[in-house]
Design a protein around this ligand. Structure first.
Ligand SMILES: CC/C=C\CCC/C=C/C(=O)SCCNC(=O)CCNC(=O)[C@H](O)C(C)(C)COP(=O)(O)OP(=O)(O)OC[C@H]1O[C@@H](n2cnc3c(N)ncnc32)[C@H](O)[C@@H]1OP(=O)(O)O
Length: 292
């Protein structure tokens, strides 16, 4: 249901963005064809797909990038032989810098609401996926990046990076479904501590509170993710999926029943002068940091 609702919006979003992104079936492996920013490969023997994010410089989630991700997720969801997907990054040291702040700073209202709907769809598709999903977190993963990771069934992270919902540090508020996803992962007390302070946790701190399930050296992250996936794929599929749905359905339904209102809330909030000022200052600081 979640995936179907997301798909109808996705189709509309695709038309508006005006890009064609077909996925080509190529004997044993299929790959995304239309862009360099997302590579999806599938091993037909194991049923394991890998989705690699590659939008330089930091895999920030723009409208177009999320639309691409959504199309790929939708395709995998309906791919008969696909059983699991590993999400990772092709950009050294960055899993994803989260939402593209440039989408929210001085935005055009129509694009802003489409941007938010596309983000909602991405979360509904990923958090509600029938597939086993593993995040192989091979770099920093703030805010929207952490959301992607937390929406998966399992998280493996390399040392030396940070992860967390840092929104309050930007003077913005994590949406209720970001918070719900974190509460689902680490419980409400830890979520409150992390979200109020906008904490970016080291890999080890994240592992300590269960935000990350396993810590492995960077050069072993891909092989470890595959090994972990194999162990998940040994569990009887229907039993595993019904269990996942039972746990996640109420969280998904909460957004599904208020998607439009959430878009409106977000747009109203984002357009406030005070929020625009905070985002502008944050962008400024990111650029300053580069010069130092
Ligand atoms: C109104 C909104 C209301 C509610 C929304 C709530 C939900 C919000 C969710 C979000 O995801 S908000 C985004 C949160 N993300 C961040 O705070 C991450 C910011 N970035 C960083 O901390 C670092 O860039 C880094 C990811 C750790 C990588 O550091 P590194 O030193 O490797 O790169 P550098 O900082 O030099 O950045 C390179 C380049 O990329 C631009 N950049 C970085 N992050 C973003 C981003 N999220 N969106 C857009 N652009 C980003 C940065 O400005 C540099 O650009 P430049 O080369 O043009 O200067």
């Amino acid at each position: 249901m979640a995936a179907r609702m997301a798909f109808s919006r996705l189709t509309r979003s695709l038309c508006e963005v005006g890009r064609s992104r077909s996925l080509l079936l190529q004997s044993a492996r299929w790959v995304t064809s239309a862009s360099k920013t997302l590579t999806v490969t599938m091993d037909d023997k194991t049923g394991i797909a890998e989705m690699s994010l590659n939008r330089p410089p930091v895999n920030s989630l723009s409208l177009e990038f999320m639309t691409e991700i959504n199309i790929a997720l939708e395709k995998l969801e309906h791919e008969k032989f696909c059983r699991g997907v590993i999400i990772t990054s092709a950009i050294p040291k960055i899993f994803s810098a989260g939402l593209d702040i440039l989408e929210m700073y001085q935005p055009k209202p129509e694009r802003l609401s489409e941007f938010w709907k596309t983000l909602q769809d991405m979360w509904l598709l990923l958090f509600g996926s029938r597939l086993t999903t593993i995040a192989a977190i091979n770099g920093h993963s703030p805010a929207g990046g952490a959301l992607v990771a937390m929406s998966c069934d399992y998280r493996i992270m390399a040392p030396g990076f940070n992860i967390g919902l840092n929104e309050t540090q930007l003077g913005i508020v994590p949406p209720f479904w970001f918070i719900d996803t974190m509460m689902h992962t680490i419980g409400s007390r830890q979520t409150e501590l992390c979200c109020q302070k906008g904490l970016m946790l080291s890999t080890e701190e994240a592992a300590r509170i269960g935000l990350v399930d396993k810590v492995v050296p960077l050069d072993q992250i891909a092989s470890e993710a595959k090994a972990e996936m194999q162990s998940w794929l040994k569990i009887p599929v229907a039993a595993k999926l019904i269990t996942k749905q039972t746990i996640r359905a109420p969280i998904l339904e909460k957004l599904q029943t208020r998607q439009e209102a959430d878009v409106q809330n977000f747009c109203n909030f984002a357009m406030k002068d005070s929020v625009q000022k905070s985002l502008g200052m944050y962008l400024e600081n990111l650029k300053k940091k580069q010069k130092e």
